[in-house]
Design a protein around this ligand. Structure first.
Ligand SMILES: Cc1cc2nc3c(=O)[nH]c(=O)nc-3n(C[C@H](O)[C@H](O)[C@H](O)COP(=O)(O)OP(=O)(O)OC[C@H]3O[C@@H](n4cnc5c(N)ncnc54)[C@H](O)[C@@H]3O)c2cc1C
Ligand code: SF4
Ligand code: SF4
Length: 385
């Protein structure tokens, strides 16, 4: 997560200060590792943190959870030995700095509403405040972060999220209404908001669609409160994406004797990073590939699952392989982690601007922040001030 002093210095030393800044170009929020590494190398951590926050209001959160497919993938140092561990460098810089001053433009006389305080909504709030808007923000839960709250503490301690929000929210031009679900926009459209940014994320978990599904629990339910489901026996996770990996690692950490992922496709089709693959191996999680569930039953305290093998046919379509059905009767907990979809459709209205996973589909925190920021930069252009 964070680097030791020795690792930190070694990573800073590796930077080649590339003139074209490919690391910045590859960053969805256009954070500039080239510059923040230079300031950190000179020992000016406040300036380095300021450089990060200038583009990314959640610099420490992203430092902890940004995948290696953005800045790190673009890092030129790869051609010599290995890319600089830019996210970890970023998180380590942010942790060194307690208080940092953010430059806000004076109040511009205009008010906007922001619905949903996940990364996209937070990105929009931070940028709107910087541009001098007055902001009313509405969040259905009693705290910020959206899907970030499902990320296990081992990867993203919740106090980091709250620390970043504290810094953003201490601006008096912001009013936050927690535990306030907006179910239709007329009440907001009737008020004097210049625009309404809607960043609801994807609230509807995908279903397996098999008999007995009610005996499994959904990944959002599990990750919200894993302590409720501490199992020493056999835990099976149906799904092969990043959320399924978080479920598997959490179950293994909590002492499951046998943790298994059941994946419809092959390992090479799993949408996970090399680091996630290594973590699964390290935690001795079994991955049963090319297999799908057909039915779940409950027998006493245990669960029974019928599965069938899958294969790709000549049209590359995933099909069941006849005669490969088997019955497994040794499962204690089944978690479904098949991803989510948005819970409602966007409505057409010139004043409503959508942001984040709600509109792009499952992405990453940094992409959601970039999307939230963009709604405000476009609004400023439209309002022409
Ligand atoms: C298990 C898991 C692990 C992940 N790991 C990573 C990772 O390692 N790295 C990474 O970059 N990304 C990761 N992500 C993805 C990342 O969390 C999402 O891409 C990001 O949170 C999307 O931000 P968002 O603001 O669009 O939506 P969300 O985070 O879903 O936020 C939407 C917000 O809107 C609120 N809301 C919804 N409806 C209403 C309403 N009607 N009224 C008021 N409020 C409402 C919700 O309560 C929520 O707070 C992970 C996601 C999950 C589930
Ligand atoms: S691409 Fe890598 S080496 Fe080059 S400036 Fe960016 S971080 Fe430094
Ligand atoms: S915000 Fe994320 S992607 Fe961008 S430079 Fe920082 S770590 Fe890399």
């Amino acid at each position: 997560m964070y680097l030791s002093e020795v690792q930190f210095k070694a990573e800073l030393e590796k930077c080649l200060q590339c003139k074209t800044k490919p690391c910045m170009t590859a960053c969805p929020v256009k954070c500039s590792p080239c510059d923040f590494i230079r300031y950190a190398k000179n020992g000016d951590f406040i300036r380095a943190a300021g450089e990060i926050l200038q583009q990314n209001p959640m610099g420490e959160v992203c430092g902890l959870i940004c995948p290696d497919k953005f800045c790190m993938k673009a890092c030129v140092r790869t051609n010599i030995d290995a890319p600089i561990k830019i996210p970890a460098v970023q998180a380590t810089i942010m942790r060194k700095v307690n208080k940092i001053r953010i430059d806000y433009k004076p109040y511009n006389g205009k008010k906007i509403a922001i619905v949903g305080l996940g990364p996209a909504g937070i990105g929009a709030v931070a940028e709107a405040l910087k541009q001098g808007f007055s902001v009313d923000a509405f969040e259905k839960e009693d705290s910020v972060g959206g899907a970030l709250n499902l990320i296990p503490d081992e990867r993203l301690p919740k106090e980091v999220l709250l620390k970043e929000w504290q810094r953003i929210s201490e601006n008096p031009c912001l009013k936050v209404y927690f535990s306030t679900e907006i179910s239709d926009y007329n009440s907001l459209l009737n008020q004097d908001y210049e625009a309404i940014v809607v960043a609801l994320g994807e609230q509807k978990s995908r279903k397996l669609g098999v008999e007995g599904e009610q005996f499994a629990i959904d990944y959002t339910e599990y990750l919200k409160n894993p302590q409720k489901y501490v199992i020493s026996g056999h835990v099976m996770i149906v799904g092969g994406g990043a959320a399924a990996v978080d479920c598997a690692l959490t179950a293994a950490r909590q002492g499951a004797k046998h943790t298994e992922m059941l994946v419809r496709r092959g390992i090479s089709n799993m949408r996970i990073t090399a680091a996630e693959r290594d973590a699964l191996l390290g935690a001795e999680v079994d991955i049963t590939t090319m297999t799908k569930p057909l039915k779940i039953e409950k027998s006493g305290d245990r669960l029974i699952i019928d599965t069938i093998k899958t294969e790709f046919d000549e049209q590359d379509k995933l099909v069941e392989v006849a005669g490969t059905q088997i019955r497994r009767n040794n499962i204690d907990l089944i978690i479904t982690a098949l991803g989510s979809d948005r819970a409602e459709e966007p409505v057409e209205n010139a004043k409503i601007i959508y942001a984040g996973d709600f509109i792009t589909g499952g992405s990453t925190a940094v992409q959601a922040i970039a999307s939230g920021k963009k709604t405000i930069t476009e609004l400023v252009e439209k309002l022409n001030f």
